[in-house]
Design a protein around this ligand. Structure first.
Ligand code: NAD
Ligand code: MG
Length: 393
C-alpha cells in the first residue's frame, strides 16, 4: 500500500489523481489532501478518502473545514497555511506527493517533498520554472524521484532511454515538444484583442484549471514547458523544438542519432500520465478510454507562430538567459493572467506586461531560495504597475 499526499486535491489534476487512486484501493491511499479555499469539495473528498490530514492554505477556510469534520465525526486532522502544506509533503506515511497546486504557491510544499526524498509527481510546472537549479539540486541531494505529470514531459520521459544519464549519452539529438496551439491557433491576430476569459478557457482538447487554460491560449504554457523540459531532461533550449500538433494525440517525441523518432500517444486525458507516474516502472489501468486510431484518422504538425504568440519567444529568451529570469517571467505571467481573468487586462496585453517586466526587473544568479522569492516579489510588483499604466491609457 502506497501513501499519497495530494497537494491541490480540489483542482483538475487533483480530482483526476483521486479518480486513479479510487480505482486501485488495494495499492494506493490518499494520506493527505489540500486545497486553498474550496471547503465543500475538500470536505467531500475527506468523507470519501478518510485521509490522515486535510490542509486548507487559507486560515478561515481551515476553521470552516474543521467544524464540518468535527460535526461529521471524521478522524482527519485539519491543518492550515503553508506550514501545514509543507508538513503533509513530508509525512512518513507518504511515499508519493502529487504536486498539483497551481502557480508559485506550490513552490515551498513541492520543494519540501523533494527535500524529504519523496517520489514527486510534478504537475506544478511553475515551481520548477521558478527554481529550476535549486529544485533539481534538492531532488539529487535528497534522493527524491521526479516523475513528470505534465503530459508532454511524461511522454518525453517514456520515450527516453531507460537509464537516463543525459541527452548525449543516450544518443538523443532533439526533443520534440508538441502542443495543440490552443483555442486561437487559427484565429486572426487582430481578433485576439477582444478575446474574453471564457473564450480563452475553452480549450479544444483538454479540460483544465483556468490559469493553465489561459496559458495554453497565449502559448505561455508551451513556453513554461520548454523551461520545464530543460530542467527535467538536462537539455539546453536549442535541443528542444516546439511542434504544433492540433489533435493532441502525440504528447511529445524524442529523436535519436540513428534517425529513430519515438512518440508517446494516447487520448488527451491526464489520468494517463498520472497513472504512469504513480505506478512507474510498473503499469496500472487509468480508466481512460482506449485510443482508436481509425477515429483519429490523421495527425497534423505545424511550425509554431511566434509572431501570433509572443510568449513563446519570451520564454525561449528566458530559457537561454537562465538565473532568476524564469522566476520573473513566471510571476509577471501569473499577475497578468489573473488580471485578464478579472477582466482588467486585454488578452493581447498579457505578453506586453511580461515583456515590460522582464525589461524592468534585472535577472540575477538564482543562488538561493531567498533570491528567487525576491525576484518573484519584485516581478509581481512591476507587473501590477504595468497593468495600472495600461489601464490609465
Ligand atoms: P486548478 O486551478 O484546477 O487547481 C489548483 C489547485 O491548487 C486547487 O486544488 C486549489 O485549491 C489549489 N490552490 C490554488 N491556489 C492555491 C494557493 N495559493 N495555495 C495553496 N493551494 C492553492 O489547476 P489545475 O489545472 O489542476 O493545475 C494544477 C497544476 O498542474 C498547474 O501548475 C498546472 O500548470 C499543472 N498542469 C495541469 C494540467 C491539467 O490538465 N489541468 C496539465 C498539466 C499541468
Ligand atoms: Mg502540458
Amino acid at each position: 500500500m502506497k501513501g499519497i499526499t495530494v497537494l491541490g486535491s480540489t483542482g483538475s489534476i487533483g480530482v483526476n489523481t483521486l479518480d486513479v487512486i479510487t480505482q486501485h484501493p488495494e495499492h494506493y491511499r490518499a494520506v493527505a489532501l489540500t486545497a486553498h479555499r474550496n471547503v465543500a469539495l475538500l470536505f467531500e473528498q475527506c468523507i470519501a478518502h478518510r485521509p490522515d490530514y486535510a490542509v486548507m492554505s487559507d486560515e478561515a477556510a481551515a476553521e470552516a473545514l474543521q467544524q464540518k469534520i468535527t460535526a461529521a465525526g471524521v478522524a482527519t486532522e485539519v491543518l492550515a497555511g503553508v506550514e501545514g502544506l509543507e508538513k503533509v509533503a513530508r509525512l512518513p506515511q507518504c511515499e508519493q506527493v502529487m504536486a498539483a497546486i497551481v502557480g508559485a504557491a506550490g513552490l515551498l510544499p513541492t520543494l519540501a517533498a523533494a527535500r524529504a526524498g519523496k517520489r514527486v509527481l510534478l504537475a506544478n510546472k511553475e515551481a520548477l520554472v521558478m527554481s529550476g537549479h535549486l529544485f533539481m539540486d534538492a531532488v539529487h541531494e535528497h534522493g527524491a524521484e521526479l516523475l513528470p505529470i505534465d503530459s508532454e514531459h511524461n511522454a518525453i520521459f517514456q520515450c527516453m532511454p531507460e537509464r537516463f544519464s543525459g541527452l548525449e549519452n543516450g544518443g538523443v539529438i532533439q526533443i520534440l515538444l508538441t502542443g495543440s496551439g490552443g483555442p486561437f491557433r487559427t484565429v486572426a491576430p487582430a481578433a485576439l484583442v477582444d478575446v474574453t476569459p471564457d473564450q480563452a478557457c475553452a480549450h479544444p482538447n483538454w479540460v483544465m484549471g483556468r490559469k493553465i487554460s489561459v496559458d495554453s491560449a497565449t502559448m505561455m504554457n508551451k513556453g513554461l514547458e520548454l523551461i520545464e523540459a530543460c530542467w527535467i531532461f538536462a537539455a539546453p533550449p536549442e535541443k528542444i523544438q516546439i511542434v504544433a500538433h492540433p489533435q493532441s494525440i502525440i504528447h511529445s517525441m524524442v529523436e535519436y542519432i540513428d534517425g529513430s523518432v519515438l512518440a508517446q500517444m494516447g487520448s488527451p486525458d491526464m489520468r494517463i500520465p498520472i497513472a504512469h507516474a504513480m505506478a512507474w516502472p510498473q503499469r496500472i489501468s487509468s480508466g481512460v478510454k482506449r485510443l482508436n486510431l481509425f477515429d483519429v484518422a490523421r495527425l497534423d504538425f505545424e511550425r509554431p507562430d511566434t509572431t501570433r504568440f509572443p510568449c513563446l519567444r519570451l520564454a525561449r529568451e528566458v530559457a537561454e538567459r537562465g538565473g532568476t529570469a524564469a522566476a520573473i517571467l513566471n510571476a509577471a505571467n501569473e499577475v497578468a493572467v489573473e488580471a485578464f481573468l478579472a477582466e482588467t487586462l486585454r488578452f493581447t496585453d498579457i505578453s506586453r506586461v511580461i515583456e515590460a517586466t522582464l525589461e524592468a526587473v534585472t535577472a540575477q544568479d538564482a543562488a538561493s531560495l531567498e533570491v528567487v522569492l525576491q525576484a518573484d516579489g519584485a516581478a509581481r510588483e512591476t507587473a501590477q504597475q504595468q497593468i495600472a499604466r495600461l489601464k490609465a491609457k
